[in-house]
Design a protein around this ligand. Structure first.
Ligand SMILES: NC(=O)C1=CN([C@@H]2O[C@H](COP(=O)(O)OP(=O)(O)OC[C@H]3O[C@@H](n4cnc5c(N)ncnc54)[C@H](O)[C@@H]3O)[C@@H](O)[C@H]2O)C=CC1
Ligand SMILES: O=C(O)[C@@H]1CCC=N1
Length: 242
């Protein structure tokens, strides 16, 4: 638990048993109580699949206070659409990374309502670095870069391990090295130092890393697929927004 909210103030609605919900229950959270318990809720966080939200929200509508802020972490679904589905309640959209579970996430936020935005910030700031977007349209790009981004780093890490195996490392050693290197690199990026500085610190002039870097981005070899992946994710997020 990240301490973002007192577990005693949490109501969790879930159709299936989840270890995280059970952990919260042990700390005092209410799991699937009668829905009239929602009357006091200041914020209602919705994190179902984008295609399921209208159906999932139907039973709670009559029980939520008119002042409850709807906090959506769903990719693609626009603020206006959610607000309409929640009978005009104010909405803040948040795109977190999975790192919020370890209190080390990053979250992009958008709302046209200052008070709703503040609610989103107060919920997510304890578990994530936050970025407030200046337009809702930017949520597509923010999703593509950071919501999806962890999967891209994991895919790169897998490729790095496979390349190590191709050069003779045993599979378990290559995987251990690649995963630990991802953690190690993440530890090195905590400050504000420019990425070029961080790269230069590893890559000795005329050395081994530099030989690899030249190949990694030969004629945009790295930049092109990364741009393509982000563009494809933006397009998918746009499609989901209907
Ligand atoms: N996976 C990620 O890294 C991120 C996902 N998101 C968004 O989070 C949402 C969930 O995505 P995932 O966690 O990947 O999917 P998931 O399928 O793992 O989670 C969906 C959850 O919704 C629950 N659910 C289904 N119907 C429900 C209902 N009627 N009431 C309460 N809970 C219900 C399911 O039990 C399940 O735990 C999506 O809208 C996605 O766009 C946002 C940021 C990052
Ligand atoms: O893949 C997805 O649709 C969600 C949005 C960002 C991360 N996962």
């Amino acid at each position: 638990m990240t301490g973002a909210v007192d577990p005693k103030d949490l109501i969790i609605l879930t159709p299936s048993e989840k270890p995280v919900a059970e952990k919260a229950r042990a700390l005092g959270a209410r799991i699937n109580p009668p829905l009239d318990a929602l009357a006091d809720a200041k914020a209602f966080v919705i994190g179902v699949k984008p295609a399921k939200w209208a159906e999932a929200s139907q039973p709670v509508l009559a029980h939520l206070s008119k002042d409850a802020v709807i906090v959506s972490v769903m990719a693609g679904v626009p603020e206006a659409t959610i607000s309409q589905g929640f009978e005009g309640r104010s909405v803040v959209r948040v795109m977190p990374t999975t790192g919020v579970a370890q209190g080390q996430g990053v979250a992009s936020l958008w709302s046209s309502h200052k008070a709703a935005l503040d609610t989103g910030l107060s919920l997510f700031a304890p578990m994530a670095e936050t970025a407030v977007l200046t337009s809702e349209d930017l949520m597509h790009a923010a999703t593509a870069v950071s919501g999806c981004g962890p999967a891209y780093f994991f895919a790169f890490t897998r490729a790095l391990a496979q390349a190590g195996v191709a050069e003779g490392l045993p599979e378990d050693v290559a995987m251990k090295l690649a995963r630990a290197t991802l953690r190690s690199a993440a530890a090195g990026v905590v400050g504000d130092e420019a990425l070029d500085t961080l790269i230069d610190r590893v890559a000795s002039p005329g050395g081994v890393t530099q030989a690899g870097l030249v190949v990694l981005n030969e004629n945009g070899a790295l930049d092109r697929p990364v741009k393509g992946a982000v563009k494809a994710a933006v397009d998918k997020s746009t499609e989901l927004s209907g």
